[in-house]
Design a protein around this ligand. Structure first.
Ligand code: IVH
Length: 738
């Protein structure tokens, strides 16, 4: 099966995936392993975004921008990076998608009733607080007074993918994923391949059922064993591979993955007489209709019985043939559910109790300092590979020497490892009682492990760093940062390409990128005329970038994305562009800005503190950067090489005119279509102000998946909460509440 570009349209359909054809190149993997964890994470985000975009263009819009070779090179970089840093294998990484079917491949289905999410409880006391709220709203006496009319159903929380199925007159007609809760993807054909899902109910009922599609552990193990044998990156966890399998473009692929399902919610109108108006009754009815319902559930007389249920499953859940990450607690009676109602897309009559992060024991085989972009040496624990919370972990950052000493982690120690937020692996503590005396205390090396320059630790500072600006580890990561997505965003300038450009001396300074010719690029490995032209074109496109990104691309120490934008904003306000003035070029605004920055650094550095969010420390770094002759020329060289900037409108203008004028918004949780930075940029672009904390002055909270305490706080303060689509409407200047 091929499509316009000749690439297998759905590579998984013939039993292979994208990465089957792309075994990891050991040299590439080694190069990746040299990155520090911070740089690796940034690089991962960048690569994953590019692959996702390529997939989107290719599968979704049938308009690929990359050649097959370029795509493969990009994907290979990602696989190599994930091989070196298994902790970066996130559920949404493109490597985790077989065939990479993107959203947009499926038709949209509007849910008849929104698919809600649940609030979380992380302790027994939070469950008791939930009970207190429920009793208060229902005007029942507070615990420990008995309240026989209030009962709870405790169900295992299945770690899978939520789906909603429509049966009409007893026949399965349509099934969809949750999507954003209002609109999901039509995965009917794929759901039909799941044996646990009946084509026909035992009676000709018309209804919607909701539940969870999941991959049993045994199937997950089988698939990963196959992948391991083939030298492919492993799926991070069953949830992940289950979701990937269900969202296949080709149902045959789904059919080969043995998925299963449990159902837990019944929406049946006019069913009076067939239902007794309780959740426990609904579950029984679902079973009677022939749908699979998890038997591990309990009708609990009070919250203490629910707590006992959670305790009973805490350890035993690991023996189940499928994964559970908690217990869902629901008020049994439907009339009481109705009185409790829904607050910001989560019912007040239910809560998800989450088990704390899984911990495992492993051994620290070595502690290795990694050199980052700014020279920071980060000690990283090389671990005996251990499975924790469903994935294999072999590396964990120990952050810095102080942190490592505080925890007293030594080479050879047996340690407790956990995944913080079930994503980032963390070494919690050493098992001191298991020490044999052979453990070794880690010392920071005197010389940089890459270039040998004596390592520096500034007075009172935490970090050790390599001060050599020419250190190869630093340089290559600086260049990566420069061409990366938050910087000049040169598409196609992946790790492999960059390494060659540096090794061949084609790029020594940043401005050199913009002097590369098609002929230069044609000399690179795996490059033909077409790929050289494509890369050249993307370099041309990268000449013009928003001012904030150009500043960010410079990679000034302690100046992150946010500060770069604020600095750009401050510059435009301090130096309003003149009507007849070009932006780039030696006589343009950028050149004037560059001179202004040098002047400020040398004559009035305190002025940097007027930049939003910049305090004395960052002001000092800016001063050092713009007064240092060896670095301050970087900007001038870029200007000379023809860099142009898109200037932000002075804040006052946007602030007065944008759809978010004068509003303060807080973003929390994970949004599908925006990274946190992008959401904040969108807010700023609309004239609004992004803020990090919820207060009475907050106009809106934008809440994505897994919103936590900020959501609770917003609700408590009565701050309006928007989901992603509401946020989009608001940005478009529409009423977000419709
Ligand atoms: S009830 C209004 N019951 O957990 C009812 N959800 O964190 C909402 N989930 O989106 C869902 N097992 O995908 C419910 N027994 C169970 C569940 C369950 C897993 C998932 C579901 C939901 C998510 C919320």
């Amino acid at each position: 099966m091929t499509d316009t570009a000749g690439r297998a349209a759905d590579p998984a359909a013939d039993g292979t995936t994208e990465s089957d054809r792309l075994p990891v190149d050991p040299a590439l993997a080694e190069a990746m392993a040299a990155l520090d964890t911070e740089a690796a994470a940034a690089r991962h985000a960048d690569l994953a975004a590019r692959v996702r975009r390529a997939n989107e263009l290719y599968h979704g819009q049938d308009a690929p921008e990359l050649t097959d070779a370029e795509y493969d090179a990009l994907f290979r970089d990602l696989v190599a990076l994930e091989t070196a840093f298994p902790q970066l294998v996130t559920p949404d990484s493109p490597t985790q998608r077989v065939g990479g079917a993107p959203s947009g491949t499926f038709d949209e289905v509007r849910h008849r009733r929104p698919m809600l999410s649940l609030s979380n409880a992380f302790s027994h006391d939070e469950l008791r607080a939930f009970d207190t709220r429920v009793r208060r709203v229902l005007a029942l006496p507070p615990a420990p007074e008995p309240a026989p009319e209030l009962r709870y159903v405790a169900e295992l929380k299945i770690d899978g993918l939520a789906v909603s199925l429509r049966y009409e007159r007893g026949r399965f007609v349509q099934g969809a994923t949750r999507g954003d809760g209002s609109t999901g993807e039509d995965v009917t054909a794929n759901l039909r391949t799941i044996r646990a899902i009946p084509e026909r109910l035992t009676e000709p009922a018309t209804l919607d059922v909701r539940g969870e599609v999941f991959m049993p552990r045994s199937e997950f193990a089988r698939i990963n064993a196959e992948r391991e044998e083939a030298g492919l990156p492993l799926y991070a966890n069953p949830r992940n591979s289950g979701a990937g399998s269900l969202r296949q473009k080709d149902p045959e692929v789904t059919a080969r993955r043995l998925l299963s399902a449990w159902f837990y919610q019944l929406l049946e109108e006019g069913a009076d007489g067939r239902q007794d108006g309780t959740q426990s009754g609904a579950l029984e009815r679902l079973e009677g209709l022939g749908l699979p319902v998890n038997p591990e559930r309990e009708l609990a007389p009070d919250i203490e019985a629910v707590i006992a249920f959670t305790e009973g499953w805490r350890e035993r859940r690991h023996e189940l043939p499928y994964e559970t990450d908690g217990v869902v607690v629901k008020v049994d009676r439907a009339d009481q559910q109705e009185r409790l109602g829904i607050v910001s897309r989560a019912p007040r009559w239910a809560i998800a109790y989450k088990y704390p992060p899984e911990q495992v024991e492993t051994v620290v085989e070595d502690i290795v300092p990694y050199v980052g972009r700014t020279g920071t040496l980060t000690p990283v624990a090389h671990l005996q590979a251990a499975k924790v919370a469903g994935s294999t972990v072999a590396r964990a950052t120990l952050h810095n020497l102080d942190e490592l000493r505080r925890k007293d982690i030594r080479i050879g120690d047996r340690v407790i490892l956990q995944k913080a937020g079930d994503v980032i692996p963390e070494v919690v503590r050493p098992l001191v009682e298991r020490r044999t005396g052979d453990e070794r205390v880690f010392e920071m090396p005197d010389g940089c492990p890459v270039c040998g320059t004596p390592v520096v630790r500034d007075e009172g500072a935490v970090r050790h760093y390599c001060p050599n600006p020419a250190c190869p580890a630093r340089v290559s990561q600086e260049f990566q940062h420069f061409v990366g997505r938050g910087g000049m965003d040169i598409e196609g300038a992946g790790w492999a390409v960059l390494t060659q450009l540096l090794q061949r001396g084609l790029v020594r300074r940043r401005s050199d990128f913009f002097r590369l010719t098609v002929e230069d690029l044609m000399g690179l490995d795996r490059f033909g005329a077409k790929s050289a032209e494509n890369l050249h074109r993307s370099i041309e496109r990268a000449r013009r970038r928003p001012l904030g990104r150009i500043i960010n691309a410079l990679g000034i120490a302690q100046v992150g994305w946010q500060t770069a934008i604020d600095l750009g904003q401050w510059l435009v306000e301090a130096l309003p562009p003149r009507d007849d003035e070009p932006v780039g070029g030696p006589g343009g605004w950028l050149a004037r800005a560059s001179a202004f920055l040098k002047d400020t650094a040398t004559t009035a550095p305190e002025r940097f503190e007027a930049v939003m969010g910049v305090g004395p420390t960052v002001a000092a770094t800016l001063t050092a950067y713009f007064s240092d002759p060896s670095t301050r020329d970087a900007l001038d060289e870029l200007i000379e090489a023809g860099i142009d900037a898109e200037l932000p409108a002075p804040r006052a203008a946007v602030a007065a005119a944008g759809p978010l004028a004068g509003r303060t918004l807080v973003v929390t949780g994970t949004l599908e279509g925006f990274s946190r930075e992008e959401a904040e940029e969108a807010i700023r672009g609309g004239g609004g102000k992004p803020s990090g904390s919820v207060s009475k002055k907050t106009d809106y909270l934008v809440a994505g998946e897994n919103a936590g305490s900020k959501l609770a706080k917003a609700e408590a303060l009565g701050v309006p909460v928007l989901d992603e689509s509401g946020f989009r409407r608001l940005l478009a200047g529409d009423d977000p509440s419709v």
